[in-house]
Design a protein around this ligand. Structure first.
Ligand code: ARG
Ligand code: ZN
Length: 508
């Protein structure tokens, strides 16, 4: 197909040469943008040849029909001279595509929306693509778990959360964390529905029987972190002690004891962010808050930028009784540093997100109960037998089906504690803070993290990381470390039980 298009241009170019239009011939020196960004796990996600700077998404959603109609403007810069380029779009019908205000030809192939502008886009050129589209968004199933994810219609609106697959099912996108951009959302819903999204609420425009909610997220964001959530929300706007604006939304159908424990966790966000910024460096964004829907079949939480989405089940025990769920809020807020501000460059490096966020839960356990991460590490290490999946999953390259396996979380956090044991507290915190600050607004890979750890500590750490990240076996501990005493035993044991339960469910 790409050969065909090149060939067509070559013919036109030589015809132009014969006619003496040399300038035109030069302009035809272009390539089709790659249909993927080379991700080993998701080869067709993302596209080559351009960088997006901003998505302006104007969408109308009708909960009665589940229909979404959108007008997306995507501002980008060509990084190659492009005869054509792709956006990712799954399902949904395309009605019209314009590039810089001029109709463009387009075709579809799998999740690729292939756009051929009237004239090639020169390398370095800024351009704007406008796509009008609509339909009922398709959902995804999380591999290995079989649970709903993506743009999920709910009885009272919609929840939008998925990792890595979500964005392409509701807007045309360069769908890979490598291409971060700012976003504005104008979401139109019928009377009786309300909308929350990332960033700041900038306006509300009521016309006829519909309201358009305008949200703006100006800090660069990976596509899977974009969320719009439609429902009937109780909104709580407040500020943390340090002055950070908070916008919390809890489904108004959540009441009673469950509501009390959710509200009490959300009320601690300021305290949690203080603990995490003392550990990791300044909070990277200008607002925060949480979104808790009453959706019965939402079984995970997601670090949607500035405003995580939470399943209500984090606040319910196995018998359906309300429980303290502070640690999931710690987890998702920790992702604001590791996952969001420092995003993955390759999905295989997922432990850089989940291991760090789980380690933050251990820091919270220390803050709350006095049990140290070293003690939690030791308790788990001693208790989990060598044949457990905790040791047989290669968390540095777990594969698509095990991307969110419990082992990635727990062994990921243990890897950080093993590093801390090896290099000592000062070097460890310098590494963690150096990672957060040097990669802020960008992306990082496991080899880059290892290189930073070696540079900061001055130690050779290949053996440690090979054992903890890339070997399907229980790593050996040096004798000095395995003797470290557990003092906060009760709470370390609580963590161990939690690990055992989550490992047995294969779910985190
Ligand atoms: N990153 C999420 C977390 O905070 C996990 C999301 C897994 N679920 C999904 N649908 N991808 O742990
Ligand atoms: Zn996580």
């Amino acid at each position: 197909m790409s050969f065909g298009r090149r060939f067509a241009f070559a013919t036109i170019a030589s015809a132009a040469l014969l006619l003496g239009f040399c300038g035109v011939a030069q302009a035809q020196d272009c390539v089709p943008g790659a249909p993927g960004l080379g991700d080993a796990y998701y080869p067709t996600y993302g596209n080559g040849g351009y960088n997006v700077s901003h998505y302006d998404l104007d969408v109308a959603y009708d909960p009665a029909t589940d229909r979404l109609d959108g007008d997306a403007s995507v501002r980008a810069t060509a990084t190659e001279s492009l005869c054509s380029f792709d956006l990712d779009l799954v399902g949904l019908d395309v009605r019209r595509v314009e590039v810089d205000g001029k109709r463009a030809r387009w075709s579809r192939s799998g999740q690729e929306l292939i756009i051929t502008p009237k004239r090639p886009l020169q390398k370095g050129r800024r351009f704007e693509v406008e796509v009008r589209y609509g339909g009922v968004p398709v959902e995804f199933v999380l591999p290995g778990f079989g649970i709903r994810t993506g743009f999920m219609a709910t009885p009272d609106g919609a929840t939008v959360a998925g990792q890595p697959e979500v964005a392409a099912s509701w807007f045309p996108v360069n769908d890979h964390p490598l291409d971060k951009a700012s976003y504005s959302f104008a979401v139109t819903v019928p009377d009786g529905y309300e909308v929350v999204a990332n960033g700041f609420l900038r306006g509300r425009d009521h016309r006829g029987h519909r309201t358009t909610w305008e949200w703006e997220a100006s800090e660069p964001m990976a596509s899977y972190l974009a969320t719009i959530d439609i429902g009937s929300w109780d909104v709580h706007q407040w500020q943390t002690a340090s002055g950070l604006p908070v916008y919390d939304t809890v489904d108004s159908a959540i009441t009673g004891g469950l509501r009390a424990v959710i509200d009490s966790s959300l009320a601690r966000q300021g305290e949690i962010l203080t603990l995490l910024s003392d550990a990791f460096g300044p909070y990277p964004f200008s607002t925060t808050g949480g979104i808790v829907d009453n959706q019965d079949d939402l079984f995970f939480a997601l670090e949607t930028q500035t405003r995580p989405v939470y399943s209500k089940y984090f606040w319910l025990d196995q018998n359906g009784n309300p429980v303290n769920g502070d640690s999931v809020v710690v987890h998702e807020l920790a992702h604001q540093w590791f996952g969001d501000d420092v995003a993955l460059a390759r999905w295989q490096d997922i432990w850089l997100n989940e291991g760090f966020a789980t380690y933050a839960e251990w820091l919270w356990a220390e803050h709350e109960f006095g049990v140290t991460p070293a003690e939690i590490f030791q308790e788990i290490y001693d208790a989990i037998p060598a044949d457990s999946p905790l040791w047989t999953v290669v968390i540095g390259d777990p594969g698509v089906d095990l991307l969110f396996d419990g082992a990635v979380y727990v062994r990921g956090a243990m890897t950080l504690q093993a590093l801390r044991n090896e290099v000592g507290d000062d070097a460890f915190w310098a590494i963690i803070r150096g990672w957060a600050s040097s990669k802020s607004r960008g992306n990082g890979t496991t080899p880059e993290f290892i290189a930073l750890a070696e540079r900061v500590s001055g130690q050779q750490l290949d053996d440690l990381f090979t054992a903890w990240l890339f070997t399907p076996a229980k790593p050996a501990l040096s004798p000095a470390l395995s003797m470290s005493r557990v003092t906060g035993e009760r709470h370390a044991a609580t963590w161990l039980q939690d690990v055992q339960r989550r490992l047995s469910q294969g779910r985190y």
